[in-house]
Design a protein. Structure first.
Length: 468
C-alpha cells in the first residue's frame, strides 16, 4: 500500500500489508510456467474523510495452499499507514455445514438507519425466499418484506457493520441468490446492488435497498431465468461483464461489456408511490473489435456528476455525465438475451454501416483522455514463442501479461485522473478546467464500488439455509 502526493508526484510512505507466501507455499512442478503469484494483492481501496484507509484482498493468505479464514476488511491510518482495525466478514456455514468464508467483492460506506455504516458485498451464493405479491415474471416489489422470516431461512451475501465498531456485524441482507459484483449509494435513501451467477459470471439481478431500514429490499429486477428449459435463453438482458457503477442524484451509470459499453439506470417512482429501478438502455464505446478481446474494464468517480470509464486494451479514458445518459438520443433502448444483438460486433459489409451505433457512447462523453500505453514504459522482457514449430524463438512481449497497455486501474479526485498499468506504472493527467470541483473531495470510492481487481481464485460457497 503506497501513499502518493498528487501535488509533486512523490511517494509519502509505503507499507507491506499482506504477507508474501511465495517461499512458504511454493507451487509444485505442475504449475511451472504459470504467471499467477502466490502473494495476495490489494483488491480494493477506500479512503475516508476520517483519515482512515480501508483495504481488502481477493485471495486468502497462502494462496494457492491457502489458510482458509473469513475475509477481512482492514483499516489503516492515512497519515503513516499504521494499523487501525480489522472487520471480520464471517457469514456462518455453507450448505455442506463447513465454514463458508467467502472473499470480499466490494465495499461502500453510507448511513444505514442514521448510523455511519460499512456495507460489504461477498463472493457467495444464497438460497432466497420467493415473493409473488406485486410481482411480474422478472420484477418484484417488496411491499411486505418479512426481515425476520428471511433471517430464519438463510444468511445473506451483503454484510453490514457500524463504522468504527468492528466487534460485531449487523444481520446480513438477504435478497440476492448470485454473488455480489457491484454496489452504489443513491442519495441518502437507497443502495443499489448487482449480483452475478457463479461460474460464467453473467448478471443475476439488481436490487434497490432502503437505507432507512437495514436489510429491507424495495425492488428487484431479475436478469436470469433459471426455469427456462433452453439454457441459451436463460439470460434476459444484454448486460454482460459489469466492471463498475457510478451514481449521481437518482441516476446510475454502469460500466458494462468489460468497460466497452455503458448502461443507464434510474430510480423511479410508480403511480402507487413505490420506488423501482428502470434500465433505460445501452451505448457501446467501441474499443473492442470483437467481444473476447478484453476482459478487464474500469470505472472511477471523483468529481460531481461525472465518471471515467476505460478498459485494459485501450489507452483512452472516457468521461461521462452520469445524469445525461439516460435521456440521450443515441442510447440503444433495446434489451433482451444478448444473442439477439449480433450487430454489437457486426463484420464484413455491415461493419461500416453500424459503426455509428458501435460507438454511440462517444457522442455522450463529455471528454476523453489519452494515456500512454503501459504508462509510457513499454515492457521489454521476452518470452518463448510457443507457436513456433520445430524450434523456440524469442519475441518481445507486447502485453506484459495483461491487456495491450491500457489502464487496469483508475482513480479520480477533482480534475486529476490517475491510471495504473499492468507493469506497475502510474500516470496522472488533468481534466479540462470546466471539470473543476466546487469543493475539494475528502474521500474516494466510499459511495460506489471501487475498481476491484478481478480474481480467478474466488471461493464461492453456497450458504446454508433452512429447508422445509
Amino acid at each position: 500500500l503506497v501513499k502518493w502526493s498528487l501535488d509533486d508526484n512523490t511517494e509519502l510512505w509505503k507499507k507491506t500489508i499482506y504477507a508474501d507466501y511465495t517461499q512458504a507455499c511454493p507451487r509444485g512442478d505442475e504449475y511451472v510456467g504459470l504467471s499467477i503469484k502466490e502473494t495476495p494483492g490489494v483488491a480494493g481501496i477506500v479512503v475516508r474523510p476520517t483519515g482512515v484507509v480501508y483495504t481488502w484482498t481477493d485471495a486468502y493468505d497462502g494462496y494457492p495452499e491457502r489458510i482458509v479464514g473469513p475475509g477481512n476488511l482492514s483499516a489503516w491510518s492515512a497519515k503513516d499507514g499504521t494499523y487501525v482495525d480489522v472487520y471480520e466478514c464471517d457469514v456462518g456455514l455453507d450448505q455442506d455445514q463447513n465454514a463458508a468464508y467467502p472473499s470480499i467483492s466490494t465495499v461502500v460506506f453510507c448511513q444505514v438507519e442514521g448510523i455511519d455504516s460499512i456495507v460489504v458485498g461477498l463472493h457467495c451464493c444464497c438460497n432466497t425466499l420467493e415473493y409473488d405479491e406485486n410481482s411480474s415474471k422478472y420484477e418484484t416489489f417488496f411491499s411486505d418484506f418479512d426481515v425476520d422470516e428471511a433471517r430464519e431461512f438463510s444468511e445473506g451475501n451483503i454484510l453490514h457493520f457500524h463504522e468504527g465498531d468492528s466487534t460485531e456485524a449487523m444481520p446480513t441482507w438477504r435478497g440476492h441468490s448470485g454473488m455480489i459484483r457491484a454496489m452504489a449509494v443513491i442519495g441518502i435513501d437507497f443502495l443499489v446492488s448487482f449480483s452475478i451467477r457463479d461460474g460464467h459470471g453473467l448478471p443475476d439481478s439488481m436490487i434497490l435497498w432502503s437505507l432507512e431500514d437495514a436489510g429491507v429490499p424495495l425492488f428487484q429486477k431479475q436478469f436470469w431465468d433459471p426455469y427456462q428449459q433452453d439454457c441459451l435463453k436463460q439470460q434476459q438482458t444484454r448486460l454482460r461483464g459489469i466492471d463498475g457503477i457510478s451514481a449521481s442524484g437518482n441516476h446510475i451509470l454502469i460500466a458494462d461489456g468489460n468497460g466497452d459499453r455503458i448502461a443507464a439506470v434510474t430510480v423511479e417512482e410508480d403511480e402507487d408511490g413505490m420506488d423501482y429501478l428502470k434500465l433505460h438502455g445501452y451505448a457501446n464505446i467501441g474499443s473492442r473489435y470483437y467481444e473476447g478481446e478484453g476482459f478487464h474494464g474500469r470505472m472511477a468517480t471523483g468529481i460531481s456528476k461525472h465518471c471515467a470509464v476505460t478498459m485494459e486494451i485501450h489507452p483512452t479514458v472516457w468521461i461521462f455525465p452520469i445524469e445525461e445518459c439516460s435521456t440521450h438520443s443515441s442510447l440503444d433502448r433495446r434489451d433482451g438475451n444478448f444473442r439477439k444483438f449480433d450487430d454489437d460486433f457486426a463484420r464484413g459489409e455491415q461493419e461500416y454501416e453500424c459503426l455509428k451505433e458501435k460507438r454511440a457512447a462517444r457522442d455522450m462523453a463529455a471528454c476523453k483522455i489519452e494515456f500512454p500505453r503501459w504508462g509510457g514504459k513499454k515492457p521489454t522482457r521476452k518470452r518463448k514463442n510457443r507457436a513456433s514449430l520445430g524450434f523456440m524463438a524469442d519475441t518481445k512481449d507486447d502485453s506484459d501479461g495483461m491487456g495491450k497497455g491500457g489502464p487496469v486501474q483508475l482513480a479520480m479526485r477533482g480534475r486529476q485522473v490517475v491510471a495504473g498499468f499492468a507493469n506497475g506504472s502510474l500516470v496522472k493527467m488533468l481534466l479540462p478546467e470546466k471539470f473543476e470541483a466546487n469543493e475539494s473531495p475528502q474521500s474516494s470510492n466510499n459511495l460506489v464500488s471501487s475498481g476491484n481487481l478481478s480474481s480467478d481464485v474466488w471461493h464461492v460457497p453456497i450458504l446454508d439455509c433452512e429447508e422445509d
